[in-house]
Design a protein around this ligand. Structure first.
Ligand code: ATP
Ligand code: MG
Length: 305
């Protein structure tokens, strides 16, 4: 069975995309796992971290991006010819186990979504329960898109946009687990708490039907410059201690990701650092994190037996 995982934090620039692409690549390259990356952010950072812009341009011209599937839900077209299998780019970065469903700079139009859902509520005589029509749509949008392929992969990892938009909510609702990359800084901690509150609310709003399976796989700390034996170490420890008051040790990753210029530079080569500079400190940390990730998944599997 394939695990669906979303990488999410309402705060921007904390390392969601970097974590998504390096973890996915490391799972494929070092652990022979079959992995799909799904880019749910209109900034298309995950797509452009794995694919050269001209390659993306070619795919977009052929409409081979996620927006084709979302359009198919919002404005169904009986003549639509492509399905999800046609949209997935295989052998990303030369790895036969790594695939990508590219994102798009135009993913959906909120006005069209509202209009479609309003019409649906009117047709089904549910206008006074519009919130449940909306909830149901959010719950199923990403889940239905992934349904035909979910068992083709060991892991599907979705890179979410900052904030808490429709696709992020839908991705979380469709996930078995979510990863929460964060900087060990006070404002980032507020972001973690806000997200946790929203996830709780989302779970609450789906309690009656089929409850969400979703669990926090772990918080991953992405250090800022000066961390890892640098001058911020004591400060980070203090901030982390605060997080430990709210979360169990199982809900945190022991491996921190240090700032490493090789990680940032890799984007220029359209490949994650774990491929372009596998011996760098950043890549070594991602490898260790991937081992920890697999250990956590293993732990969940054993608990279920
Ligand atoms: N470990 C690291 N070492 C060096 N640079 C990093 C590291 N992690 C992330 N960065 C850089 O920090 C910036 C933000 O990272 P990233 O794009 O992954 O964050 P994000 O949370 O996905 O941002 P957004 O909210 O805009 O989607 C990028 O320029 C990235 O290259
Ligand atoms: Mg991002």
């Amino acid at each position: 069975m394939g695990y669906v995982i979303s990488t999410v934090n309402m705060k921007g620039g904390v390392g969601k995309t970097t974590l998504t692409v390096n973890l996915a690549t490391s799972l494929a390259k070092n652990f022979n796992k079959k992995v799909l990356v799904l880019d749910l952010d209109a900034q298309i950072s995950a797509t452009l971290s794995l694919l050269a812009p001209h390659e993306f341009g070619k795919l977009r011209k052929k409409r081979k991006t996620l927006s084709y599937l979302i359009d198919g839900v919002i404005q169904p077209n009986p003549y639509a010819k492509l399905d999800i299998h046609d949209l997935i780019s295989p052998s990303i970065c030369g790895l036969s186990q790594l695939e990508l469903l590219p994102g798009d700079i135009e993913l959906y139009d909120e006005y069209l979504v509202s209009e479609m859902l309003h019409q649906k509520a009117v047709n089904e005589n549910k206008i006074e329960h519009f919130d449940s029509v909306w909830n149901n749509f959010e719950r199923l949008l990403i889940r239905d898109i992934l349904e035909p392929i979910v068992n083709d992969y060991d892991f599907i990892i979705m890179d979410c946009a900052p904030g808490y938009n429709l696709l992020t909510r839908s991705a979380i609702a469709a996930s078995d687990f979510y990863l929460l990359p964060a900087r060990p800084e006070p404002l980032s901690l507020v972001g973690i708490q806000l997200l946790e509150r929203r996830v709780k609310k989302l779970k609450g709003s789906h309690q009656d039907d089929d409850p969400l399976k979703l669990q926090l796989l772990g918080i991953v700390f992405i250090l800022s410059e000066g961390g890892l034996f640098g001058r911020y170490d004591k400060y980070y420890d203090q901030v982390k201690r605060r997080v430990k008051q709210d979360f169990t040790i199982d809900q945190m990753f022991a491996t921190d990701i240090p700032m490493d210029v090789n990680v940032a530079k890799a984007v220029d080569l359209f490949m994650p650092a774990v491929l372009t500079s596998p011996n760098s400190n950043g890549s070594k940390a991602f490898l260790k994190l991937t081992e920890e990730f697999l250990g956590k998944i293993n732990g969940f599997e054993q608990n279920q037996q």
